[in-house]
Design a protein around this ligand. Structure first.
Ligand code: ADQ
Length: 472
């Protein structure tokens, strides 16, 4: 078996893996790495004044963790800049928040070169390299320039934007061309894949062949859809840890007989938090009889604080939450509990279980794992109802949820009412179908089918080095 090298901006692996503390994606990649005693490579989260390419190696069980430090300028240009101020908003349809400047684009290219250089001392000739997400699109190109002939795959965790948006990005051609240096490019949904192939066809004149591959500049790249799932057993009530049971108990005590609506997200403008709060406000306005019988708990962990758009969003959410509570709260009822801290995965499972409704309404989302985690955590005899945005990648699979348009606050308010008053038979029917879907599209199935497909791609041809004076 080939050894696996996972490359991502940050390394998710920690000594806590398996203890219920860390999220599913990290645990899944750790499981994939364990199989072949692989290496997880990424930025350490630390900065050094002058880049030195020094690798910090650490061993966690059977897996090696390799990290490099970056310069403060790298973080500013590559991470806060091009990744999170250019690609993230653009790929989430927020052209109004998309900032482009050449210094950031250059910083992005430079860090990808630095990653490639540092990987030289890590990667052997038979290793398979799996690169994750939008921070690292040009990595394979840099690796090929250095002579790497390994199988290299890429997986995009976020949506692929419509052609009309992508073409506003200076250098979009070079960015997408860089994907052709991978042997396999994976997306979460058919929709993101077809946005990509639509761009190739209509903008670049590149067609996908019958086998789902594209050929460009003599390289062949396979394209595929690999919807990520969750490890449902980790959230299931029968496997609840002590921390999970305690979290559920604590929540249930604080319900005081009321029904809870839950939202759990990174604090990000793509998650539709402001629209969600306003829809909840509409619901409270439309249904005076429901007031004091229900409350909403929104957990939103701050992220990317150094980016201005995130600071602005935080201010707006504080204001809307304050307005709702100011207008509707009574002496012993707060309609919206808004919490900005993070929780362990097993604690979240307990919280999910005590919520009658989950309101997961991103404006655009590659997949959205919270929707799946909520379903996985429910009590089969008395499950809650999932309200899900049609613009989450997960909506392609989770059709039995109440699907809403997050831009339509009246529709969302109606869906909240419907979910809260849904009879148990319908709740069970919908939940069972959703749970079956989780079993079909599991987290382990995701990485296994991706790596199987990558392993079946033809090995890249050797680079022909022509010596001056020899015949072509
Ligand atoms: P994210 O945008 O981070 O991921 P999501 O899929 O919802 O979005 O994953 C969030 C994860 O973080 C979940 O496992 C959730 O439990 C956890 N989480 C969120 N808030 C938390 C909190 N307060 N405390 C603890 N844990 C919390 C990106 C893409 C998604 C895609 C994933 C995976 O944007 O569309 O589904 O990658 O590919």
């Amino acid at each position: 078996m080939s050894r696996l090298i996972v490359v991502s901006n940050r390394v998710g692996l920690s000594r806590d893996v398996g203890g219920g503390a860390v999220g599913g994606l990290s645990a899944a990649l750790t499981a994939a790495l364990r199989q072949s005693q692989g290496v997880w490579f990424g930025w350490s989260g630390e900065t050094v004044e002058k880049f030195n390419g020094q690798l910090a190696l650490d061993r966690v069980g059977d897996v090696t963790v390799a990290r490099i430090d970056l310069e403060p300028r790298d973080i500013e240009e590559y991470y806060n800049g091009y990744s999170n101020n250019t690609l993230w908003p653009l790929f989430h349809n927020r052209i109004d928040l998309t900032h482009y400047d050449r210094a950031s684009a250059d910083g992005y290219a430079r860090v990808n070169q630095r990653f490639a250089e540092a990987l030289r001392s890590v990667v052997g000739p038979n290793d398979v390299i799996w690169v994750h997400d939008y921070h690292m699109i040009p990595l394979a190109r840099e690796l090929r320039k250095l002579g790497f002939r390994n199988r290299i795959g890429f997986f995009l965790h976020i949506p692929w934007p419509a052609r009309q948006l992508l073409t506003t990005l200076p250098g979009h051609q070079a960015l997408t061309d860089a994907l052709f240096d991978y042997d396999l490019v994976g997306f979460h949904t058919d929709e993101w894949l077809s946005a990509f192939t639509g761009y190739l066809r209509n903008e670049r004149g590149i067609e996908v062949d019958a086998e789902g591959s594209v050929e460009s500049a003599g390289r062949r790249t396979r394209l595929g859809v690999f919807p990520i799932g969750v490890h449902a057993a980790d959230f299931a009530p029968e496997n609840a840890s002590e921390a999970s049971i305690q979290a559920q108990k604590r929540m249930e005590e604080s319900l005081s007989g009321r029904q809870m609506i839950i939202g759990v997200d990174r604090l990000d403008y793509s998650k539709g938090l402001e629209e969600r709060f306003i829809a909840y406000e509409q619901f409270l306005h439309d249904h005076p009889d429901q007031r004091e019988k229900v409350f909403m708990l929104q957990i939103a962990t701050p992220s990317r604080d150094a980016v201005e758009a995130y600071q602005d969003l935080r201010g707006r959410l504080d204001a809307v939450a304050g307005r709702i509570n100011g207008a509707f709260a009574t002496l012993d009822w707060v309609p919206l509990r808004y919490v900005n801290s993070g929780f362990r995965q097993d604690e979240l499972a307990g919280v999910y279980r005590s919520a009658r409704v989950a309101l997961i309404t991103p404006l655009r989302d590659g997949m959205n794992l919270v929707a799946k985690e909520y379903v996985a955590a429910q009590d089969p005899a008395d499950p809650g109802v999932l309200i899900l945005s049609r613009f989450a990648g997960a909506a392609a699979q989770m059709k039995e949820a109440l699907i809403v348009n997050p831009y339509d606050r009246e529709e969302m308010a109606q869906a909240i009412h419907r979910a809260l008053t849904m009879d148990p038979a319908e709740r069970i029917l919908r939940w069972r179908a959703l749970k079956d879907g989780l079993e079909r599209e599991s987290l382990d199935g995701w990485w296994q089918s991706y790596l199987e497909t990558l392993g079946a791609t033809p090995r890249p041809a050797p680079k022909i080095v022509r010596v001056a004076g020899t015949a072509p």
